[in-house]
Each structure stands twice: as structure tokens, then as C-alpha cells.
Design a protein around this ligand. Structure first.
Ligand code: PLP
Length: 391
């Protein structure tokens, strides 16, 4: 099918919810994408943050193929070998990264669902109703996750959302101290705000939130859906701040391109009661096999270290462009934002014309989230192309 055929067919039937770029992507490998006309792009978006190990990684593809011939989905209410092995792999990550000796892990099908489970568990565990979330924070688009998301454009058409949610400025402990009260079930926060504009938070802020939650009996949820799986140069971004939250959520890259959300907490906090939460496909054998392959590739190819090294290099090269159109370059690992003085959309378009596929974060931030396997030569091309466009 050519571009016209594909786009016309999609436009007849699509819901209108997500705008489209005028391109049909049909193939990808590593950090490269190809459209229906054979044009090649360097992927600086990791698709939408979900391809940290790169596209069609042979180890992930082989695991999916093998499992697809064995058992694709299975009853939530039965045990399964792939889920058992995957839970053990995930538990080892939470032990290494957060020091959790023993944890409970709830699998679902997306980032938003992972946060839904976190919010529900917080209410279930504390018996309280309120949530505190950060301005500019993004946690997904289902009703609960949307309620703790800040952006009015996403929220307004769907009000009334969950009652009892207070949004406070990010990185501001005084505001947190005033907002966290006796009826706060949880505080939810990102370590680097992604959709909100690539804003890294500070260690004092996260440690202060930890202290306030301890003092006031609220649970601290860290949303690592975009920052997790090595993106920031640590397996979990919490590690940068020696932060051990009560609940962590993961999504995007943890499924290797298949839909997987993860909600985890230390077992000492207790468990859901049977029947209080669930999902038909959550933690099915196919996605668990894919996720185990992702975890294997992350270790084999030392992608966490790679994200740290390449991220430092990328930040310094972008700062070195000294473009008069740039207000600030910021980020952590391979999660980088270039805040522009003007709108980002024309810059994204020009980058696409030159074969670089990047993302926006808000109206004026260019966001780069390349797969962690990206070659340095590709990143050099990305930097020089950004330099040309921002001249
Ligand atoms: N939380 C964060 C920090 C995200 O970046 C996203 C997606 O961009 C989500 C939650 C929602 O994830 P999903 O789109 O898989 O529902």
C-alpha cells in the first residue's frame, strides 16, 4: 500500500483522538525507521518512548516468535511459567534498584493502567481518598490517571474527574508540605517530567516528599513509565536520588513493544484482596516472554551505562550548538529536552524532512528519547541536523 492508500483508509475510520504526521511508518530496525515511500529516519523518539532496546531486536523477536507458537494469552486466574519467571526477573530489578527485599507486582496493559492500579492500591491500603500530584505532570488518559495529570487541555473536556486531587508546583517542597494531609492516600510524581517539558526534579525535593509521606501516612508513587528501563542512565531514575518510593509504575519499554504496565510495591505494604483489581490480558505469557527478553538485552548490551554515557555526550553537544533559538538544554541520560524560544512544530517538521524523527514536549520543547542502542554516529548526525535547523 502506498501513503495515500494507507492514510485515506485510516482517516475514514480513526477516532480523531490522536493527530497524525503525514507519514506512514511501515518498518523499523534498531534506531532506524522507514516509511511507505522508503524514506529512512533516525528514531529519536524510541517510537513513543517504548523502544529502549531498539526496534525488532533479534532476542526480543525470537522470544515473541517462540512464545507465540506456545501460548499467547492465559487465564489471569491460572499460574503460568512465563509470568512466574518474569515476576522473578522484575523482583530482582526492584531489589537492585530500590533495595526492596520482597515485592508485589501487578501486571497490566499500559502506563495509564499501571497508574490506575497504583492509585487504587493507595486508596485500598490507606483507606484515604485524596491524591497530590505535580503541575505539568503526566500520568495517562484513563479517568483516574487523567485526574492526576495536570494539563487542562487533556482534562477539561472530561470533567468532573476524580474528586480530592490537588496539583502543586513541581520541585516545591513548601507546596507539598501544605498539600499533603490526613486524607492524602498518595503523592504521585515523575523523576523527570517527560510530556510536561523534560524537567528533572531535585534530590532534596524527592527526599523531602519521602519524609513528608512517612510523617503523614501517605504513599509515595513514582511514575517511571517514561524514565524507567534505563532511559536516564539508571535502571530506575529513582536511583539518581537514592529514593525508595512505596509504589513504582512502569510501562512503555518494559514490554519491548508489546503492551505491558507494571505496578510494584514492597510486600510489607500488603496485597490487593482477590477480586478488587484485575485485567484479562495483564501479564499474559507473550508479553512476559518479550519483557524477559528486554531485561536480558538491557544487561547483555549494558544499555543502562550506554544511556548515561551517550546522554552526557548528547547534552554537551547540544549545549555546544549555542543557537540563539534555544532557551535551555536539559535532561538526564538519554532523555533530553531542548527548550526553544519559539514553537517546536516547525522544527519537528524540518527535522523529519532531513530524516530525524523527534518528539515535542509541550509547545516549545524538542524532546529526544532515542533507543538506547542508537549508534554514536547516528546521534552525531542528529546533533548536526538540529544545528542546521536551528541556525
Ligand atoms: N506516565 C508517563 C510518565 C508517561 O510518559 C505516559 C505516556 O506517555 C503515561 C504515564 C501513560 O502511558 P500509556 O500511554 O501507556 O497509557
Amino acid at each position: 500500500m502506498n501513503y495515500e492508500q494507507i492514510s485515506q483508509l485510516e482517516l475514514i475510520h480513526h477516532s480523531g483522538a490522536v493527530g497524525r504526521r503525514p507519514v506512514a511508518l511501515v518498518r523499523a530496525k534498531g534506531a532506524r525507521l522507514w516509511d511507505s515511500q522508503g524514506k529512512e529516519y533516525i528514531d529519536c523518539a524510541a517510537a513513543q518512548g517504548w523502544a529502549n532496546v531498539g526496534h525488532c531486536h533479534p532476542v526480543v523477536t525470537a522470544a515473541i516468535q517462540k512464545q507465540a507458537e506456545t501460548l499467547v494469552a492465559s487465564q489471569e486466574s491460572s499460574f503460568n511459567d512465563q509470568r512466574a519467571l518474569w515476576l522473578a526477573d522484575m523482583a530482582a530489578i526492584f531489589q537492585n534498584s530500590l533495595g526492596w527485599a520482597d515485592c508485589a507486582i501487578h501486571p497490566s496493559n499500559s502506563g495509564a493502567e499501571a497508574n490506575e492500579a497504583a492509585l487504587k492500591f493507595a486508596r485500598f491500603r490507606t483507606g484515604r481518598k485524596g491524591f497530590v500530584a505535580a503541575g505539568r505532570g503526566f500520568h495517562g488518559r484513563t479517568m483516574g490517571a487523567l485526574s492526576v495529570t495536570a494539563n487542562k487541555k487533556y482534562r477539561d473536556p472530561f470533567e468532573p474527574l476524580l474528586p480530592g486531587v490537588t496539583h502543586i508546583p513541581y520541585n516545591n517542597l513548601d507546596a507539598a508540605a501544605a498539600a499533603i494531609g490526613n486524607d492524602t492516600a498518595s503523592v504521585i510524581v515523575e523523576i523527570v517530567q517527560g510530556e510536561g517539558g523534560v524537567y528533572p526534579g531535585e534530590t532534596d525535593y524527592f527526599q523531602g516528599l519521602r519524609r513528608l509521606c512517612n510523617e503523614r501516612g501517605a504513599l509515595l508513587i513514582v511514575d517511571e513509565i517514561q524514565t524507567g528501563v534505563g532511559r536516564t542512565g539508571r535502571w530506575l531514575a529513582c536511583e539518581h536520588h537514592k529514593l525508595s518510593p512505596d509504589i513504582v509504575t512502569l510501562g512503555k519499554s518494559i514490554g519491548g513493544g508489546l503492551p505491558l504496565g507494571v505496578t510494584a510495591w514492597p510486600r510489607r505494604l500488603g496485597l490487593f484482596e482477590s477480586g478488587t483489581h484485575g485485567s484479562t490480558f495483564g501479564g499474559g505469557p507473550l508479553v512476559c516472554a518479550a519483557s524477559r527478553a528486554v531485561i536480558e538485552v538491557m544487561a547483555e548490551e549494558r544499555l543502562v551505562e550506554r544511556a548515561e554515557t551517550l546522554g552526557l555526550w548528547l547534552l554537551s553537544e547540544l549545549r555546544g550548538l549555542h543557537s540563539s533559538q534555544v532557551r535551555e538544554v536539559r535532561g538526564l541520560g538519554l532523555m533530553v529536552g531542548v527548550e526553544l524560544k519559539g514553537k517546536v512544530t516547525p522544527v519537528l517538521q524540518q527535522l523529519m524532512e532531513r530524516g530525524v524523527w523527534a518528539l515535542p514536549a509541550g509547545l516549545n520543547v524538542l524532546r529526544l528519547l532515542p533507543p538506547l542502542v542508537i549508534e554514536q554516529a547516528d546521534l552525531e548526525k542528529v546533533v548536526s541536523t538540529i544545528g542546521e535547523v536551528l541556525k
